[in-house]
Design a protein around this ligand. Structure first.
Ligand SMILES: Nc1ncnc2c1ncn2[C@@H]1O[C@H](COP(=O)(O)OP(=O)(O)OP(=O)(O)O)[C@@H](O)[C@H]1O
Ligand SMILES: [Mg+2]
Length: 158
């Protein structure tokens, strides 16, 4: 696990943008944390890094938004899903190996539906008002070097 601290929405976006330097086709990034923690801000940074020009908003009412940048981005928000079956109904498994980048807000109840390899980003409030503690954990062998690379960045992150 690599721990970052940010002190503004744009700093959280910058962190998401930085992560895109390491992303490959079909990567899955889970964004967990309470309401208003900054999951969408982080997703906006990823979209920026992938040169998405449309504004990225929380897809709460649509379950998923699709954006087109240097890669396709599937941005899920599972907050309002009530049954895992709904995830199957929207064809979730097909999105996770379609070549696009998959971002998932509120992934906590759906871990069993994730592929073997994914990046888990957990955001909690820090001690100051606009501070966020962002913990990034990578799951899967492809990412074995990623944690090391991220930890060198974390040392100098502001
Ligand atoms: N360091 C920070 N990083 C991100 N957001 C911050 C930070 N400091 C303050 N904020 C504020 O916190 C809110 C984060 O909103 P955002 O929509 O990204 O959260 P979310 O986790 O996606 O919420 P939801 O669970 O409703 O989808 C915004 O109002 C933003 O201005
Ligand atoms: Mg959101």
């Amino acid at each position: 696990m690599v721990v970052f601290k940010t002190n503004s929405p744009s700093s959280t976006q910058q962190l998401g943008k930085m992560l895109t330097n390491y992303l490959h086709d079909s990567d899955v990034i889970c964004l967990s944390g309470d309401l208003g923690s900054g999951k969408t801000a982080f997703a906006q940074g990823i979209a920026q890094g992938l040169k998405v020009v449309e504004p990225v908003t929380s897809p709460t009412y649509t379950v998923m938004n699709i954006y087109h940048g240097t890669k396709i981005v599937f941005h899920f928000d599972l907050y309002r899903l009530k049954y895992p079956q709904e995830l199957e109904d929207i064809g979730f498994a097909e999105y996770t190996n379609s070549g696009g980048i998959v971002l998932i807000e509120w992934p906590d109840n759906y871990v069993e539906y994730l592929p073997e390899e994914y990046i888990w980003v957990h955001i909690t409030p820090g001690s100051a008002e606009n501070e966020r503690i962002i913990r990034i954990t990578v799951h899967g062998s492809r990412y074995s070097s990623l944690e090391e690379e991220l930890s060198t960045i974390a040392d100098s992150w502001h």
